[in-house]
Design a protein around this ligand. Structure first.
Ligand code: TRP
Length: 337
């Protein structure tokens, strides 16, 4: 597929290489990314530049970037249909990021809730990148003239910021950027911790029983579901307020099987939580097994992965450099030759 096939709308999203995805990342985002590939031109990237805002061991960062790329492919993102690349492999991002920095105001960046949260979490490393993170993200999106950006609730403020910066640029220098809209997939599930179902399932949870990694094996998955927190009234019914644990398991089961909450209630009427947890765990294990196998195969074929990354980088650079050149011209940078 060529980037000139303009009939389809463009969807773009990025994911940080901060460790193996959880079932939450998968059901909340990546699974729907796969489904979008037919109807849209999809551009997906590993946001390794964004990950620099948090300090981790460089060897680990490299490894996680490679793994994240392989995971996207293992989850069914097809490089024949979609553009998949590593952000830092396309130099346009860093360059556009600086132009966006210079269009961003201190005041608006100061109001970003993610900046406030992350500064609190890492008080010893409140670096400038953490502060200008949304400007880099605006550049990521605007470079590709994306129509839609699937993001979780934690990123909607950044998307709003992107629209503000784009509007300001267009107004000051002339219309060159398309204003992106959020894309909120119907199927996107918000998966909660198995141990504390009132908080989101998170990679960084210290209790390993709380989180399913998409690379967990069947035995581990079944064991974790068995010990998932529920309640004592033995009724499979969707009620987030009063039955957060059971509702979370229903959300997971529904996201995998496509069954409605009513259908699920019917399926488990008169049965105990034991059966319910076993069935949900098995559904998850069956869904993740081919992903784990594909991931192992990809990680063992370094040459193939490298070639795919290179292809992605070249195509991403080709597309983005068109917009970057326009932006550089508009702000009055002297273009070489
Ligand atoms: N900030 C996003 C996150 O942490 C990752 C990201 C970077 C992104 N650039 C993007 C998402 C552009 C969508 C579009 O989840």
């Amino acid at each position: 597929m060529s980037e000139e096939s303009a009939e389809k709308k463009i969807i773009l999203s990025g994911i940080q290489p901060t460790g193996v995805f959880t079932l939450g990342n998968y059901l909340g985002a990546v699974k729907s990314w796969k489904d979008l590939q037919e109807a849209y031109n999809c551009y997906y990237f590993i946001a390794d530049l964004h990950s620099l805002t948090i300090h981790i061991d460089p060897v680990k960062r490299r490894q996680q970037t490679r793994q994240a790329f392989a995971l996207l492919l293992a989850c069914g993102i097809d490089t024949e249909k979609s553009l998949v690349f590593v952000q830092s492999h396309n130099k346009c991002h860093a360059e556009m990021g600086w132009i966006m920095d210079c269009c961003s105001q201190f005041g608006e960046l100061s109001r970003m809730t993610q900046f406030k949260d992350k500064s609190q979490k890492h008080p010893d490393n409140i670096n400038a990148g953490l502060f200008t993170y949304p400007a880099l993200m605006a550049g990521d999106i605007l470079l590709y003239q994306a129509d839609y950006v699937p993001v979780g609730a934690d990123q909607t403020q950044h998307l709003e910021f992107t629209r503000d910066v784009a509007t300001r640029f267009n107004h000051t220098y002339g219309e060159i950027f398309k204003l992106p809209e959020g894309y909120f997939p119907k199927a996107g599930a918000r998966v909660m911790s198995l141990q504390d179902p009132t908080s989101k399932m998170s990679k960084s949870d210290t209790n390993p029983k709380a989180t399913i990694s998409i690379l967990d094996d069947e035995k581990t998955i079944l064991r974790k579901f068995k010990s998932a927190v529920t309640d004592s009234d033995a009724e499979v019914r969707y009620d987030v307020e009063n039955k957060p644990g059971v509702s979370n398991l229903m959300t997971i089961y529904s996201a995998i099987t496509g069954k409605t909450m009513d259908e699920i209630t019917g399926e488990f009427r008169g049965k105990g939580y034991g059966d319910f947890k076993q069935t949900v765990g098995q559904a998850v294990a069956d869904e993740l097994k081919p992903i784990r196998e594909k991931f192992d195969e990809l990680m063992n074929d370094r040459a193939f992965l490298d070639a795919e990354m290179k292809k992605g980088a070249e195509r991403a650079t080709r597309i983005a450099s068109k917009t970057l050149t326009k932006a550089k011209k508009r702000v009055g940078l002297l273009l070489e030759n």
